[in-house]
Design a protein around this ligand. Sequence first.
Ligand code: PLP
Length: 393
Amino acid sequence: MKGIQMARRVYLDHNATAPLLDAARDAMVAALGRPAGNPSSPHAFGGAARLDLESSRREVAALLGGDEHEIVFVSGGTEADNLAIQGSARAWTAAGRAPGHLIASAVEHPAVIESCRYLESTGWRLTLMPVDRAGRVAPSELRAALRSDTALVSIMAANNETGALQPIEELAEVCRAAGIPMHVDAVQAAGRLPLDVRRLGADMVSISAHKMGGPVGIGGLWVKGSRSVKPLLLGGGQEARRRPGTEPVALAAGFAAAVRSARERLADSSIQRLRDRMERELAGAIPGLVVNAAGATRLSNTSSLTLPGVDAEAMVIRMDLAGFAISTGSACSTGAARPSHVLAAMGLNRDQSASTIRVSLGQSTTSDDIETFVPALSAAAAALRGAGVGGKA
Ligand code: PLP
């Protein structure tokens, strides 16, 4: 930020990462201030660290309505997804079976899709479920895609780009009826809407601390009961033999504090009111604006907006210079914008995808932020529209 003078910055990219909550920072500082100890050590220092860790585990389990013994601490959402999918595949083949069949939705995060693709390269078969215009998988289509050798179905609770919620309970019921386990990537949903893993009917659920104001570097995989998931790393027997490595006690304390704060805010609809107001005002100010997945129930903080004729990358840069942090709707890799696989699966064409931005609000978002953001985005859209998609503006 050096060299750029701005009166104020507004952060509207909470789906990328949420600002660290004071409570999470305080909990980590307190934990780091306690005498060092490895939770696996038998002495008093180790015992104290173990007590800290298990108390954090209880908090995280409570967010999901799960049992504390069912929470595996991992490094984040990416690892939770990898462990759920590849760890299940390893357990499947370790039982003497040939590689089977996996199902995921076409709009999953790369942590899920790439895990499935990797397994596909080793002999597994993969079905990517299509979605409707609002980004949802139809339970009847999932039922039709199940096979006798389907080992796992992985479908996210809420999409990171559009906020669209999947009908998880119905999809899980389809899986349950067929006796097939289901993994749910709830990285964006956890802490933002009530989740009860037993009611959802899932077998594994991934979550990540930094999406809810906790620290980057820790997440959790909830694994139902004694379901077998083989570790992906080789090492000690930590985390019930599912994830070796000395546990990060201070990160877990920060995660637990973020979870506590998220649970207290679950019934708070103020973010939704701000988001809805923002969408209404933008729709009035920007001709042709489309709110993607508007036909689905969505996360209350997320807006995926297509601004026809506007280059989304140019918009993100322009808004950044104006002091607003938003993101493109499409994933950007190695500097080259590719059309978002999520938007493509929902039926948007390349131009529409290249004109889509994501605005994601959070706990720190104020009504002032939205009041200044709406005219700034509207003015930028008018200025960029002349340049067109792919223009140099
Ligand atoms: N799953 C979803 C839906 C996500 O949005 C993300 C991060 O954006 C991840 C998984 C990966 O989480 P992490 O950044 O904690 O590795």
